[in-house]
Design a protein around this ligand. Sequence first.
Ligand code: NAP
Length: 325
Amino acid sequence: MIKWGILGPGRIAEKFANDLSLVENAEITAVASRSLDRAISFGGRHFNARPFSSYEAIVKEGGVDIMYIATPHTFHLEQTLLCLENGISVLCEKPTSINQKELQRMVDASRQNNVFFMEALWTRFIPSMRKVLEIIQSGIMGEVDQVEAEFCFTAPVDPLGRLYNMSLGGGSILDIGIYPAFLAYQLLGKPKSIRASGQIHDTGADQTCTMNFEYNQKKSAALHCSVLFESNMPARITMTNGYILMQPRWHEAPGLIMLRAGYKPEHISCPPLGKGFTHEIMECHRCLAESKIESDLWSHQNSLDLMGILDEVRKQAGVVYPGRD
Ligand SMILES: NC(=O)c1ccc[n+]([C@@H]2O[C@H](COP(=O)([O-])OP(=O)(O)OC[C@H]3O[C@@H](n4cnc5c(N)ncnc54)[C@H](OP(=O)(O)O)[C@@H]3O)[C@@H](O)[C@H]2O)c1
């Protein structure tokens, strides 16, 4: 059994815990919140996990193998270092940090302490993403020429809430722009040039951002994120011999449609197990079983590259986190 701890039992931790119950050899044995009541109530719903009222206490006394860090982005650095320096493996919610410099410190701590650390970029591990990579590798569709992807939803404007409050890492780029940027990075690598512009709220948080990436050989990516507008969230991967549509919402796609020139459209069903967090959990288990400190499917360098791309996007869009950038 792998013993999981939960740090920050909020909205995403609830969904993660539901998925964890679908994975073999996994249990949540401890949960820490700033509020003991919240920890008790979460533990009551999930595995009877032992509640802690401080993050230090769960790290020192929780006896967990791996911690899932599910607090707002601005706390990830400090909490990840606390775990890694105490020998506890970490699966840290995306984005791992506010910027690449902070992420480098987390990666250094993982290496210096020889402890596993991975960004919870769960879309990387879901069956539909793996299928896309398998099709690309097979060569039948030729090369990827263009990636188009969106991540948009309408969130209430709350200057104190996580999406608008800069001290909690507010803004669409880090929260959801990371997904389309990930897809472009995964399929086309690091861009040769980036153009980005955003719509900035009075709090300093970006509400929308349009990103255009260019690569050698006229390859490109057109990406968009927004917490102002709804979208059905499609993703299209245009290739030499046709294109692949990741079914909306693409970041949790239940399947693909492959349109190959000269052939009928092929519908490929590949739903995730549960909500989809199960697959990143299984990847953590695989890495722990092999005593790895990073995944080779979503490595430290992958996270660093992606954070570097987001640093540049934010710079161009004019998004600054006071005291952090
Ligand atoms: N993978 C995904 O699909 C996905 C989806 C949504 C969010 N996320 C990521 O998950 C992280 C958390 O998002 P969420 O929506 O779950 O957040 P949330 O519910 O607002 O907060 C999660 C926990 O963080 C702590 N927290 C919240 N506000 C705080 C504050 N002002 N000061 C100190 N601690 C605070 C609280 O822990 P206590 O109980 O200890 O007070 C809370 O329970 C973010 O980094 C986000 O990007 C990922």
